[in-house]
Write a protein that binds this ligand. Structure first.
Ligand SMILES: Nc1ncnc2c1ncn2[C@@H]1O[C@H](COP(=O)(O)OP(=O)(O)OP(=O)(O)O)[C@@H](O)[C@H]1O
Length: 489
């Protein structure tokens, strides 16, 4: 690991409140040159707010920031840009109506004149090739047409592009949340290489393995404060979870799939679509995983199941209502102008009626109950959904789906940004609800989550190429299934 040469950026006594919420409270933090600081904390701990202060997108109420040998009360976006601070925020910030090349140009005002699009396209294509060899993203693609995983890849590659000046600090706020394991590894290996050239990185992640394997130093935040920091060797997965949660779930860092012996229950979802590979069956009470490299048709399959529950769909039948937990919460999940309570209740409107009108009392009961169950951290559920941290917004989407009476719950990589303790609680809820007869179809980019599934279907190029059960559900099993199909093709 790199040895400390100096400090790239340091913050002292930084505080920031949003109304009654004290998001940051007197935070001191130093990021050494050429090193990676792993930043962890539960949902709403203040990690993104701290990074927004560093990137100049939020003004702190108090505190100082030392950068390039100068003290600042605040950093502006322009100053951060000039000094080589780049951010990949959790809520991706690419302009959806522009192409990948045009989005790259926004970050590089020096690219101008005749052929600027081509120059910007070459810059981003070269960086995508370096970080994600084998990617299939064209600089001319319109961002809105890319899957969330590919948008995340573009945003990451863009952050590392340089046209003039030098990179000083790259902030990666949950950069792998929509990437499959292979792509995530490509990024993290590239990041370790970039540190050698003196760039510093902040890596925010809820995956303790990533933090422990790829950081030099770790800082732990809790309720807006820094509660621990030090070299990576001082921490373990268990100690990090305990520091974040205050020891609330010290014994719950790992879980094995319960060997569930179930009777053959009724079929909830059956798919035998022409040209789409193996047949798919999900029975009542089953938790079915959808695996394979990201963007290989898993989300499209969930959308087709959703549609088949409402209208006839060739080769697909669904029995009962379905609800959907979106992973791309910005595009498909939250109603941004609505409150948290309204966002939760919107899928349960028939059950919330009193005669012809909606009952405010029933709506409040429902959102209170599920807000509590999911541990949504907010002063009031009447607050706007966008006042929540990313992970807490995702919990509201879970609450929306689970609070319905749907027989089938479709989950599109739904744990994006959810902290580890909440994840464990949600895994429990899924198991309980499945035991009660609900069927779950669960697309996940995290291998560990497949451990919670009864059976797994592996997708490749839009087709189902494998079915795994019990002990076969391993990373090697999933990769093996994809490989077999390539050989057969
Ligand atoms: N614009 C805002 N308006 C009101 N409250 C906000 C706003 N931004 C953040 N907060 C609050 O500040 C606190 C810290 O949020 P922050 O997004 O920094 O958490 P986080 O640690 O990044 O969480 P996550 O892991 O879920 O991303 C939360 O309670 C959040 O609700």
């Amino acid at each position: 690991m790199a040895s400390p040469q100096g400090t790239a950026v340091s913050l002292s006594g930084v505080s920031r409140s949003f109304g009654a919420v004290r998001a940051l409270s007197g935070v001191d933090l130093a990021i050494p040159e050429g090193q990676c600081l792993g930043l962890v904390g539960h949902n709403g701990a203040g990690k993104s707010t701290l990074m927004h202060v560093l990137a100049g997108t939020l003004r702190p109420d108090t505190g100082q920031i030392a950068l390039a040998g100068e003290q600042h009360d605040r950093i502006t976006v322009n100053l951060a840009q000039r000094l080589g601070i780049r951010c990949v925020f959790q809520e991706l910030s690419l302009c959806p109506n522009l192409t990948v090349a045009e989005n790259t140009r926004i970050l590089h005002p020096s690219i101008r004149g005749f052929g600027w699009r081509r120059k910007a396209g070459r810059l981003i294509a070269a960086m995508l090739d370096r970080i994600f060899p084998g990617h299939d993203i064209s600089p001319d693609a319109v961002v809105a047409d890319l899957s969330i995983g590919r948008r995340q890849m573009v945003e990451i590659a863009r952050a590392f592009t340089v046209s003039q000046g030098a990179l000083r600090l790259v902030i990666l706020d949950e950069p792998t949340s929509s990437l499959d394991a292979t792509t995530a590894r490509q990024l993290l290996d590239f990041m370790r290489g970039a540190l050698k050239s003196g760039v510093s990185c902040v890596l925010i992640s809820h995956m303790m393995g990533e933090i422990l394997n790829y950081s030099d130093l770790i800082a732990v935040m809790k309720n807006g404060q820094l509660v621990a920091s030090g070299p990576v060797g001082q921490f373990s997965s268990e100690s990090l979870v305990e520091l974040m949660s205050g020891g609330e779930h010290p014994d719950r860092t790992a879980r094995q799939r319960a060997a569930r012996v179930r009777a053959e229950t009724a079929i909830s979802v059956r798919a035998e679509e022409p040209g789409r590979g193996l047949p798919f069956i999900a029975r009542q009470g089953e938790v079915i995983g959808l695996a394979g490299l990201s963007g290989h048709g898993q989300t499209d399959f969930l959308v087709r199941v959703f549609e088949a529950a409402r209208a006839r769909h060739p080769g697909l039948s669904v029995s009962g209502d379905v609800s959907f937990v979106a992973g791309d919460r910005q595009a498909d999940g939250v109603f941004p102008l609505w409150s948290i309570a309204d966002n939760i209740g919107v899928a349960s409107l028939p059950a919330l009626r009193n005669g012809l009108l909606l009952s405010p009392g029933k709506e409040k009961d429902l959102s209170d109950r599920w807000g509590r169950t999911m541990g949504i951290k907010a002063p009031s559920l009447k607050d706007e959904i966008l006042s929540l941290s990313g992970g807490n917004q995702q919990k509201a989407l879970f609450a929306r789906a689970l609070s319905t009476r749907s027989a089938v719950v479709l989950m599109d990589d739904p744990m994006r940004g959810v902290d580890i303790n909440t994840k464990l609680d949600v895994y429990d809820i899924i198991a309980q609800e499945a035991a009660g007869g609900r069927t779950f179809l669960w697309y996940t980019t995290e291998f560990e989550e497949l451990e919670y599934c009864d059976r797994v279907y592996v997708f490749q190029n839009g087709r189902i190429v494998g079915e795994l059960e019990g002990e076969q559900i391993t990373e090697a099993g999933v990769i093996g299934s994809s490989f077999k199909d390539k050989e057969a093709a």
